[in-house]
Design a protein around this ligand. Sequence first.
Ligand SMILES: CC(C)(COP(=O)(O)OP(=O)(O)OC[C@H]1O[C@@H](n2cnc3c(N)ncnc32)[C@H](O)[C@@H]1OP(=O)(O)O)[C@@H](O)C(=O)NCCC(=O)NCCS
Length: 284
Amino acid sequence: MPEACERRLERGQLTSGIPVARRVRGEERIRLVQAGQPGERVDVQIVRELLHRSGKATDRSPRTARGRNTIAPVEIAGPSLLLRFASAGDVPDLFRLGADPEVTRFFSWGPYVSEAEPAAYVHRLAGERAQGIRLDFLIVRDGRPIGVTGLSELSARDRRAVVGTWLGRSHWGTGANRESKTLIAHLAFAVLGLERLGAYAEVRNGRSQTALEHLGFQREGLLRRWHRHGESVHDVLLYSWLRSEWGRSELARVPVQVRGEPPPAFLLTPSAFPKPVSSGVVPS
Ligand SMILES: CC(C)(COP(=O)(O)OP(=O)(O)OC[C@H]1O[C@@H](n2cnc3c(N)ncnc32)[C@H](O)[C@@H]1OP(=O)(O)O)[C@@H](O)C(=O)NCCC(=O)NCCS
């Protein structure tokens, strides 16, 4: 954010009033918005940073003074799949896909037993996107959701995140995993500027391990007692795919279309890299 804007933000003057006030619900954001001059125009990216700093950001599209959306939530389209954010209307499909115990066998959650579970998941997503905790997408084929893929464990400073994917069982072995990873890798490396995509696979999940290895992920080692599912604790294999490896892979040449913009918390702008503080005891 330019310095002049930062000063205005501190003085409570950096607001656009009209566009933002309509779309925010949190009290703090409304207060900031109301401090602005009516009719003042502010760069949309600055408004998004402002909302992000308030800690209550949403990634819904800011609106212009005339009420039109100016920024759409990010969507990634490939030859046969679309990655888009889930909404409440997707709950029945998510329930159907995630109610299969084979699908969730190696997860800490599931199988779903009621629609309230995927509904709670969908409800959490916007907040998790805004806070940089999780950036999950529905994998959609021919207009129907077939699974989920997404990024978590984002480290903006180190430019890395972890990718995780699950598909309804009838979509295993159909190429959907490969294409969905192609799309999320494009987002991670080409759009967000990540350096490394990590991935976990439970030691007994041979299918997931082979799938990762066929895509080009390198096995790095065993994480002992890494995941806890209820009372059981599991060893997990750690994989990674680096930006340079992706760049040499044929997957980087698959035509991919990105529409809209990622949530600000996942955009690795210079402000995402604070100056290192030398008081830590852990080498970093
Ligand atoms: C993991 C997942 C996304 C992979 O997608 P997929 O479509 O099944 O993967 P692919 O078919 O592309 O690749 C799987 C490979 O593993 C092989 N495989 C199948 N069972 C296997 C086993 N028990 N051990 C080792 N390899 C196995 C398949 O033959 C295939 O290899 P091939 O391409 O040479 O035929 C999907 O299986 C899934 O959703 N599983 C449930 C959720 C899950 O475990 N997610 C991973 C979290 S770590």
